[in-house]
Design a protein around this ligand. Sequence first.
Ligand SMILES: Nc1ncnc2c1ncn2[C@@H]1O[C@H](COP(=O)(O)OP(=O)(O)OP(=O)(O)O)[C@@H](O)[C@H]1O
Length: 560
Amino acid sequence: MILQDLNRVRQIAVIAAKHGFGELTDGAGLWRMLGRKEKVEVSPEAQRASTARRFRMLLSDLGPTFVKLGQILSTRGDLLPAEYIEELAMLQDQVDPIPLEQVYAQIRESLGRDVPELFAKIEPVPLAAASIAQVHRAVTLTGDEVVVKVQRPGISERIDSDLTVLRSLARLLEAVVEETGVYTPTGIIDEFDRAIHEELDFINEASNIRAFLANHAERPYLKIPRVYEELSSRRVLTLEFISGVKISQAQLEQADREVLARHLLDGSFRQLFEDGLFHGDPHPGNLLVLEGNRLALLDFGVVGRLTKPMQETLVMLCLAVALKDSDSVARLLYRVGVADSRANLAGFRNDIEAILGQHLPTTLGEVDAQTLVRDLLDLAVKYRIRIPKEYALLSRASISMEGMLRSLYPEMNILEVALPYAKELLAGRYDPSQLQGGLMRTLLRFQSLATDLPTQLSQILLDLESGKFSVTVRAEQFDRLNENLRSAAVIAFVGLCACGFIVGTFIAFAQKPWMYGNTPVLGIIGVAMSAAFFGAVFTWYLFGGRIRKVSVSRWLKKRK
Ligand SMILES: Nc1ncnc2c1ncn2[C@@H]1O[C@H](COP(=O)(O)OP(=O)(O)OP(=O)(O)O)[C@@H](O)[C@H]1O
């Protein structure tokens, strides 16, 4: 880690302490490592706020990389409890726009030509300015109305340097935090790294748009902007300008609302059940209402992909929920997820039953899908079942979509509209005669398979089927023994190196191979190396194995 990174770590530790996370950084030994002694006062605002809110405030204060991290985490209801998801979803990355000269410089550098050779006009005031990019209206040399999305200069380098720091902090966390599981801090950072680099690469967004254009070619009610390839690169993206009103700001008649809601729902189901490619962030700012009750989708930086088996599981899951079949819901979630150890499937099933009972009291039309999905994901967190990120992204997108549909046309019965799509998808896989008695029978087929067996046995079968089955022989003493052996091996290795250097030093002093005047250079290097290795042995002896592990869950419980 270079000096600049250390300064950033120091800055992060101070801001964390200010937001009331000092105990965690102290416990992790960060404060001692940085050699700081003075206490940082917790801000009065943080003293009043919940832990989830303070976490949001912390990320917001730490700048664009952390804001993006928070926004990406807000799509992971499988990773964090609902109250964190709600807080993180509020993270805004509205920032001051960059001056026009910098926009021009970025275009020149990325597209290799001066702006007047590429555009007839660029509006000086941006349509939107976010932490990664800003969007300007423009006109091409051929007179086409377009928008140009230009990346902020230096943002990629800033994110990379923050990622180096984040990765080191994640390693430190792994060393000092008691809980380990399927979500390791370095694993989360690796995933974040991939996600943010995908967003930083506009070529990736352009290819997402092309795929959406192809999929929606026969759906005239949904418009996708065309990409201007010759005016696009990794850091500049030029798209057809779409003239419309954001759905949140549109003044609409009741009849139009119903038509638009149907289009929105049809577009979403087709993305999920036919294309297997869905918009990952369908919030009201990314949807425009056009003339003739058409809709336009914007912002394709984050998209989700579903394979055919994933689509089928999704249909089964929806049906199992609709039928209040908690056993099948538990088994399907367990099968698609990754549990860090054998989850308590019976407990998981019982909790699901309670949730379904609570959320599906009367008719399907009255279901509050948003809370239902959140509660189910919270349960996955509780039972340490990791839901694949595509499903997590999908659940966030569906929650957002459901919210829009409810405000657009609250009378719509979403599940009623969904059933024909589900049936169509299942019809491709199952014999149509099986579906004649309705979808219920198909579902009951796998349901009976699930209920015939005692839970433990069917869980082992599920483990075998999904490749999760393993036999672990474990004894507490072995873990400690293992640790001690590892420490002993390290000390022995470093000690041997130290001895080797001492012998080498004697030979160097005796034979004087590298002399600078009267100074035996090799001998001095030998002394320094021996001292360093012996120092390492002593430090390990004094402090090794004494790092106190912190329990984040205990800490969170204490703070609640
Ligand atoms: N093709 C388009 N036609 C008209 N306006 C557009 C178009 N593309 C983007 N915009 C405008 O620019 C805004 C930002 O675009 P976009 O969401 O793609 O950028 P972003 O940097 O990813 O922003 P954020 O991540 O905050 O959503 C949109 O909300 C919309 O107002």
